[in-house]
Design a protein around this ligand. Structure first.
Ligand SMILES: C[S@@+](CC[C@H](N)C(=O)[O-])C[C@H]1O[C@@H](n2cnc3c(N)ncnc32)[C@H](O)[C@@H]1O
Length: 209
């Protein structure tokens, strides 16, 4: 799925009109994530897995005024994404870099966003939660149940005490976006249960990560 999306984004990248149309798919999704993460102009955001068309980063930068860094581990995707950001005159708000989510240093970021197609999600999530400062917000997209086999899974992570979640549009490939906040372990003696921001399944009150 990652390779298909990337190839599709590379194909669209020379055409500004198609970039805009493709961006519409992300508008509502990212709007929900901005609300869930309460992202503002004071935040420093890292988007992991920006792809050739870093629409998530573009939406966050445009609608919040936050400074956004985007990483991708594919040099070709990074090269194209840099050109797209330049073409859209967003160079002062968005910086695109070659790096891997498994090893990237995230200490300076207050919000970290993990794209749906990023892999391996469990190692990336562990890396982030190990290195993050207390209070860092981590947003992670989850696939629809029927599409789970096409994406990397995030196994249970001991660093997580609780999470919030927002349901995504039924017509997109994402079921929901989860929000984890890096907590001070010493302040929590026992684990909290998952908290819902908006329930996406009225019969199920647990969040399968
Ligand atoms: C095709 S994009 C889709 C993202 C979408 N354009 C957005 O704005 O949210 C997914 C990208 O994630 C990148 N990726 C996958 N695993 C990664 C990892 N471990 N670290 C960094 N980038 C990764 C892939 O190279 C691919 O370009």
């Amino acid at each position: 799925m990652t390779h298909c999306t990337k190839a599709f984004e590379m194909f669209l990248s020379p055409f500004p009109m198609f970039i805009e149309l493709y961006g519409k798919y992300y508008k509502g999704v990212v709007g929900n994530e901005i609300e869930l993460g309460n992202i503002s102009c004071d935040d420093m955001v890292l988007c992991i897995g920006g792809g050739p068309l870093p629409c998530t980063a573009i939406e966050i930068a445009k609608h919040t005024g936050a400074r956004v860094h985007v990483i991708d581990n594919d040099p070709c995707a990074v090269k194209i994404a840099k050109l797209v950001v330049e073409k859209l005159r967003l160079k002062d708000k968005i910086k695109v870099m070659l790096a891997d989510g498994e090893s990237v240093d995230i200490q300076k970021y207050s919000v970290v966003h993990i794209a749906l197609q990023v892999f391996p999600k469990d190692t990336i999530l562990k890396n982030i939660l190990n290195k993050a400062s207390i209070g860092t917000k981590v947003l992670m997209r989850m696939p629809k149940d029927g599409l789970k086999c096409l994406y990397s899974k995030a196994a249970e992570c001991s660093e997580i005490n609780s999470c919030k979640c927002i349901e995504q549009n039924k017509r997109c490939t994402m079921k929901a976006t989860l929000l984890f906040i890096k907590e001070d372990k010493n302040r929590h003696e026992k684990k909290d249960t998952a908290v819902y921001h908006r329930s996406y399944d009225r019969n199920n009150t647990s969040v399968a990560v």
